[in-house]
Design a protein around this ligand. Structure first.
Ligand code: TRP
Length: 368
């Protein structure tokens, strides 16, 4: 039911039914007409985690016609990257490589300031870690433009300009009645998304903006603005590909940065990982006997999602875990033990790489 879903880019979102999200926003499904056109689909595409899109087909047309392209996204530097940020990061990294496209990445500190009340200098410190995470996950710094919103005058100028042609009614329809600061964060985000199409970045182009479901209203606003300013800038309306939320470890539909035990971050130590996974919600039955007889419910298990969404690229391994769990062969304890080791190994490796990338990240964030 549509009523079960709450989509709020400035608050907490709850999605119970993704078909409803597709309908509500008029997204197109990521089906074979899309997948057949992609050489090396990543696990988000293969597994339906990227479930909907707007004009991704047009982005693919542009790629096939060898027209200029860019990838754009942003993340608020309010905290260490958690597994939700990791999905966004992995998506831009994948598209950078797959389409040999330049990545524009906004460190969304103005939004973090106006929405979360965090001072800019504190966010800059966090952003150094976040940007180092991007590099450690595989972003190629040579084909990327990374900036803080607060330092990028062009984004702010665009935001100002855009606000001229948008009425409060339009904003209310998209976001409900909110503080003007939040509306201004939305204009700033539109500035981020249209920045790659300015003359100094080569002019109009197809821009793909990978986002989670809560960001879709911003995409609509930016597409409307692109149309309103088409004459002056030649803007092409941006495309998006939308992924499902990864559930919080306690089973809530989106992780909350306000409850640190509800999410794994890329900075977690092995002890913390053990604790968090130990507490994570499973799809298990009341007794071992019952679980052997009836099997577990992988769809309810956040632990299974750690395999499927985050840490296992091998489809066969994921399918085996799914089948064995569903049939009652694999119990929660064994599954937790297995994935805990996988996560710890991944993070140890990641944190080593990230350490090496900190100096470059610091240089970029502080613009030295
Ligand atoms: N609003 C996004 C968030 O809440 C951050 C963001 C800022 C963004 N600028 C962007 C996302 C541009 C996509 C594109 O995390």
């Amino acid at each position: 039911m549509a009523d079960d879903n709450i989509i709020d880019p400035f608050g907490s979102s709850v999605v119970k039914n993704y078909d409803e999200v597709v309908k509500q926003f008029g997204l197109k499904p990521v089906d074979n007409s899309i997948l057949d056109r992609i050489k090396n689909p990543n696990r988000f595409l293969r597994r339906g985690i990227d479930f909907g899109h707007i004009d991704f087909d047009k982005f693919l047309d542009a790629y096939e016609e060898k027209k200029p392209l860019a990838i754009m996204t942003g993340i608020k530097p309010t905290n260490e990257f958690h597994l939700g940020s990791k999905i966004t990061a992995e998506k831009i990294i994948y598209f950078q490589k797959e389409f040999k496209a330049k990545v524009f990445f906004a460190v969304a500190d103005l939004e973090g300031n106006v929405d979360n009340g965090l001072p800019l200098d504190q966010q800059a410190k966090t952003a150094v870690h976040n940007v180092a995470d991007l590099f450690a996950l595989g972003l190629n710094p040579k084909n990327a433009y990374i900036y803080r919103q607060s330092q990028e005058r062009r984004v702010m100028n665009l935001a100002y300009l855009f606000s001229r042609r948008v009425t409060t009614n339009h904003m209310k329809n998209l976001y409900g009645e909110r503080q003007l600061g939040l509306y201004f964060a939305a204009f700033t985000q539109a500035g981020d998304i249209l920045l790659p199409q300015l003359e100094e970045f080569g002019g109009p182009k197809n821009v793909l903006v990978p986002v989670g479901s809560d960001q879709v209203p911003h995409i609509f606003l930016t597409r409307d603005i692109a149309e309103k300013f088409e004459k002056e800038f030649g803007f092409i309306r941006p495309s998006t590909i939308v992924h499902k939320f990864f559930k919080a470890l306690n089973g809530e539909s989106k992780m909350s940065k306000r409850d640190p035990m509800s999410m794994i971050t890329l900075g977690d130590s092995p002890e913390i990982i053990r604790k968090k996974i130990n507490m994570a919600v499973t799809g298990g039955r009341k007794t071992v006997e019952e679980q052997r007889r009836l099997g577990g419910v992988p769809e309810d298990s956040v632990v299974y999602e750690l395999y499927n969404y985050h840490f296992v690229d091998d489809d066969n391994k994921v399918r085996k875990v799914y089948d064995n769990y569903k049939s009652g062969k694999l119990l929660d304890g064994e599954m937790k033990k297995d994935i805990t080791e996988i996560v710890i190994k991944f993070l140890e490796n990641h944190q080593k790489k990230r350490g090496k990338m900190l100096p470059l990240a610091e240089k970029l964030v502080y613009g030295k």
